[in-house]
Design a protein around this ligand. Structure first.
Ligand code: FAD
Length: 433
């Protein structure tokens, strides 16, 4: 009997250490240095944060998403999930543990598809936590449907020349390099006509036109770039993987990225439940604690039920990835986790906000940030609707149409078959009467 819901004691010790470390040492960074996670370290910030990263390395928890050959611990997705749900409590924690999106996914594809030179130039500094990267795929006119992308790279001797626009390239403003998805052959099916390039952000012709902010951020002070690529020349060696391989590479990147978001979402939703429970045990109204009101008990039960289902499913999906080492094979469950994630976070954060009354709606509590985060989860790495289509298609693969005008479970037909199967006994029963 191989099903097992226990963490091995050695790793549990590491998780316990991480839990306390994140609460005591890392969560305060979210308030001391807000919105600076993706700004290269310098001065006092470096003095504060470098020792924390060092401590994580000493504990063997640095960059655990990657195998030992790439500087990580090779713990696999299940162990990463257990760690990530702790890191999800804090926006600085993934940086301090060397496993922040989008750099994890970017590192993963360079590790998979990069040449030795590309790994040396881009992957090593990424893994050392000394630089950031940006994934530049979405375009202003098209996101959910990548077959509509038009940004183009044309071969010119030993170089490629890139022209076009990209939108929502997260962290491009502080990234050392961009991974850009472009059309290299417009004459074939788009799934075979696009390629990925590694482009240093300071390459002439790369212009960040605007840094789009999320809701609540000041205009043009956000971190999601609108980029104009104008006659951007890169050498042939900037091609990542083979020509026409962009879709295959994107799936490698997004498969891991999506499940990592789900893991961290567990931590965020658990934090909301923690706050909700503390509040309802602390606040009295109309003669009793909020915790004694049935509506509020319903909030707690619903939140626990939603989170425990989601958590077990994410852990199961992580286990499947480890077992099969094949994102494609686990695609249905990764997409399902992606579909469920925004609703779980939204519902739990909303209830937690509600029980905090007016205070819950303010910028002195984190609930609106979480609810906004739920909205983002429904779009980043592809909209929920598109992932539902994936889930449905994958589910339907295991079925075939009825070979009759009646469904196979149509009772009159099944009854007839059952009677025929047990005719001998049915006759006997009739005979006994
Ligand atoms: C915080 C954040 C960070 C991001 N970071 C990056 C990044 O680093 N790099 C990058 O390249 N992109 C990034 N994105 C962009 C993201 O990948 C796109 O927003 C997403 O793919 C959707 O594209 P779109 O915004 O153009 O929406 P559209 O493609 O215009 O879709 C709009 C809406 O239409 C509906 N819809 C779309 N397709 C279907 C369908 N087939 N069936 C039914 N309904 C449909 C959905 O409701 C969808 O939300 C980020 C987005 C966010 C919010």
């Amino acid at each position: 009997m191989a099903w097992d819901f226990e963490t091995d004691p050695e790793y549990q010790k590491k998780l316990d250490w991480a839990d306390e470390f994140v609460r005591e040492e890392v969560e305060p960074l979210d308030l001391a240095f807000p919105h600076l996670q993706f700004v290269p370290l310098e001065g006092k910030r470096r003095e504060a944060i470098d020792p924390l990263k060092e401590e994580v390395r000493r504990q063997g928890l640095w960059a655990t998403h990657l195998g030992p050959d790439l500087g990580g611990q090779g713990y696999g997705q299940l162990k990463l999930a257990l760690l990530n749900e702790i890191l999800g409590r804090s926006s600085w924690a993934p940086i301090v543990f060397g496993c922040q999106a989008p750099d994890t996914g970017n590192a993963e594809i360079i590790a998979h598809y990069g040449t030795p030179e590309q790994k040396e130039r881009y992957l090593r500094p990424l893994l050392e936590g000394e630089c950031f990267s940006s994934y530049s795929m979405t375009e202003p006119h098209a996101g959910a449907d990548p077959t509509l992308f038009t940004t183009r790279a044309e071969r010119d001797g030993d170089e490629w020349v890139i022209n076009g626009w990209k939108f929502f390239s997260s962290n491009a403003r502080t990234a050392e390099f961009l991974i850009v998805m472009v059309v290299t052959n417009p004459d074939v099916n788009p799934y075979k006509g696009m390629s990925m390039f590694l482009v240093p952000t300071n390459t002439p012709g790369v212009e960040i036109v605007r840094n789009v902010g999320l809701y609540g951020e000041a205009l043009n002070e956000g971190s999601h770039a609108l980029i104009h690529y104008e006659d951007v020349r890169v050498p042939a060696g900037a091609l990542l993987g083979g020509e026409g391989q962009a879709f295959v590479i994107a799936q490698t990147r997004l498969g891991g990225g999506r499940i990592h978001h789900a893991m961290r979402t567990i931590g965020m939703a658990q934090k909301a439940i923690d706050m909700m429970c503390e509040r309802v045990l602390s606040r009295e109204t109309a003669g009793s604690l909020l915790a004694d009101k049935q509506f509020v008990q319903g909030y707690i039960a619903d939140s626990y039920a939603q989170l425990i289902q989601f958590r077990l499913f994410v852990l199961y999906t992580a286990w499947e990835i480890d077992k099969y080492s094949d994102y494609k094979r686990v695609r249905k469950d990764i997409a399902t986790a992606k579909v469920v994630m925004p609703t779980v976070l939204h519902d739990i954060a909303w209830r937690a906000m509600q029980v905090h009354g007016a205070l819950g709606t303010t910028n002195e509590m984190p609930f609106f940030g979480m609810i906004h985060g739920a909205g983002v989860m429904g779009l980043a790495d592809g909209p929920t609707e598109v992932h539902k289509i994936t889930v449905a298609r994958q589910v339907l693969r295991d079925y075939k149409p009825s070979d009759d005008i009646w469904p196979t479970q149509w009772i009159p037909k099944k009854l007839e078959a059952a009677k025929a199967k047990f005719a001998e006994y049915l006759e006997l029963e009739v005979g006994n009467q």
